[in-house]
Design a protein around this ligand. Structure first.
Ligand SMILES: C[S@@+](CC[C@H](N)C(=O)[O-])C[C@H]1O[C@@H](n2cnc3c(N)ncnc32)[C@H](O)[C@@H]1O
Length: 201
């Protein structure tokens, strides 16, 4: 079962228990390994939910405006208005989000197989929380969620069962530079050093 098939079951489950406000598609540039048997997956679904239809929720759309092609790029004029006016250069994002996946040599890269990009979490956190709020990610992985949350003056609670990822988390959120006597450094820095050593042999 692919992660997207799996998501449709989760969608049915969540829809029964919560109130789904938006179904968002995170669309990315490449799936990594290319399948020669099916069309490879280039997206992941995201559910935006509240507890119930009457729940109040935060939606700071002004903090995440994106360029509107009609106004910013095509410079169209809306002649239905009197007097005619240029289309807005900014708009609220729709429900298809294009953010590239994190690649090995990118600054934000961490050694985790499903690391989410900072830009993706930035849009989610800025829209749905205010400074001082608490952001919980119970399956933190590379701790992108916590790292972005504290960068934007939110409080963060991040949990991961894997000790290696826990170490990434405490380093990335500036909680500690050391763990049980081990100096915490980015995996890619260590790998680069190993490579250089080999190169010199
Ligand atoms: C899909 S990854 C999360 C990736 C994350 N969003 C990121 O940006 O890196 C899921 C993570 O959940 C962790 N995990 C799995 N079962 C867990 C459990 N029972 N309690 C806590 N963490 C768990 C795994 O170690 C893994 O790192």
């Amino acid at each position: 079962m692919t992660s997207t098939q799996h998501m449709s079951y989760l969608d049915v489950y969540v829809s029964e228990k919560y109130n789904v406000l938006s179904r968002i598609i995170w669309s990315y540039d490449s799936s990594g390994v290319q399948s020669k048997k099916i069309f490879g997956s280039l997206y992941e679904p995201i559910l935006m939910t509240t507890k119930s239809p009457n729940s109040k929720y935060t939606f700071n759309y002004d903090d995440v405006l994106v360029e509107a092609k009609t106004g910013a790029e095509r410079k169209l004029i809306d002649y239905r208005k009197t007097p005619p006016q240029p289309y807005n250069a900014k708009k609220i994002p729709g429900n298809v989000w294009n953010f590239n996946r994190v690649r090995f040599l990118m600054n934000e890269y961490e050694n985790h197989p499903t690391q989410k990009p900072e830009q993706l979490l930035e849009r989610i956190i800025l829209t749905s929380t205010n400074p001082g709020d608490i952001v919980l990610d119970p399956f933190s992985g590379s701790f992108t969620t916590s790292s972005v949350a504290i960068k934007h003056n939110r409080n963060a609670i991040g949990i991961d069962i894997n000790e290696e990822y826990y170490k990434i988390g405490i380093r990335r959120t500036n909680i500690a530079k050391e763990y049980n006597g081990e100096i915490l450094i980015k995996e890619k820095i260590r790998t680069t050093k190993h490579k250089n050593k080999k190169d010199h042999k």
